[in-house]
Design a binder for this molecule. Structure first.
Ligand code: 5GP
Ligand code: MG
Length: 177
C-alpha cells in the first residue's frame, strides 16, 4: 500500500516566515532608491516569492521564468528555460533572481547566462534563495540572500514538489521512506 504519512518537519512555518521578513528587510535596505525587478523562478519559488513580495514596500516590478531540471528526486543535469515572459524589460535593470533551492548551481548559472546575453545587459544581477544545500556545486554561485543552509537531503513543501505533489505544505519537510 502507498505510504500517505506526512513529510517530517525540517523547517517550521513560523521559522520560514520570520526569516523571509528578515531577508525582505535586507533587500529593502540594499535597493533603496533603485527601482527593482524581481525575477521569480517557477514553479518552485512561487510561495517564497509571494511571501517575500508582501514584505517589500519599495517600488518594484515582477517577472517570471519557468526552469526545470528535475524528474522525481534526481536532477537531469539539463536545465531548460521553458518560458520567459517578455512583459517587463530586464535589460538595463537591477534584477533580483528569486529561487527555491541552490543545489548544483546549474539552474542559477543557466539563468545568469541568459540574463547576461540580454542587450543591453542588466545593471546588476543578484540571487535570493530560500534554501542552500550542503553538497558539492558544479558551478560557483554567490547568492547574496540565503534563507537557510540545509543538509543534502531531498525536501518538499512551501512551493517545492516531489513529482508535482506537496507544494501546498506550509512548512519545509523531508519525505519519510
Ligand atoms: P541545481 O540546478 O542548483 O542543482 O538545482 C536547483 C533546482 O533543483 C531547484 O530550483 C529545485 O527546483 C530543484 N531541487 C534541488 N534540490 C531539491 C530538493 O531537495 N527538493 C525539490 N523539491 N527540488 C529540488
Ligand atoms: Mg527550481
Amino acid at each position: 500500500m502507498a505510504d500517505h504519512s506526512a513529510p517530517s518537519v525540517l523547517i517550521a512555518e513560523n521559522l520560514i516566515l520570520n526569516r523571509v521578513r528578515e531577508i525582505a528587510t535586507q533587500i529593502q535596505r540594499d535597493y533603496e532608491g533603485r527601482p527593482l525587478t524581481v525575477l521569480g523562478i517557477f514553479n518552485g519559488s512561487f510561495i517564497f516569492l509571494a511571501d517575500l513580495l508582501r514584505n517589500l514596500s519599495l517600488p518594484l516590478q515582477m517577472d517570471s521564468m519557468v526552469v526545470s531540471s528535475y524528474r522525481g528526486k534526481n536532477s537531469t543535469g539539463m536545465v531548460q528555460v521553458q518560458q520567459c515572459s517578455e512583459r517587463c524589460h530586464l535589460s538595463d535593470h537591477d534584477i533580483l533572481v528569486v529561487d527555491d533551492i541552490l543545489e548544483t548551481g546549474l539552474t542559477l548559472e543557466a539563468i545568469q547566462k541568459h540574463l547576461l546575453d540580454l542587450e543591453p545587459m542588466p545593471r546588476s544581477i543578484e540571487f535570493c534563495i530560500l534554501l542552500r544545500k550542503n553538497c558539492p556545486r558544479k558551478c560557483e554561485i554567490n547568492a547574496r540572500y540565503v534563507g537557510f543552509d540545509i543538509a543534502n537531503e531531498f525536501v518538499v513543501g512551501y512551493g517545492l514538489d516531489f513529482n508535482g505533489q506537496y507544494r501546498n505544505l506550509p512548512y519545509i519537510g523531508v519525505l519519510q521512506v
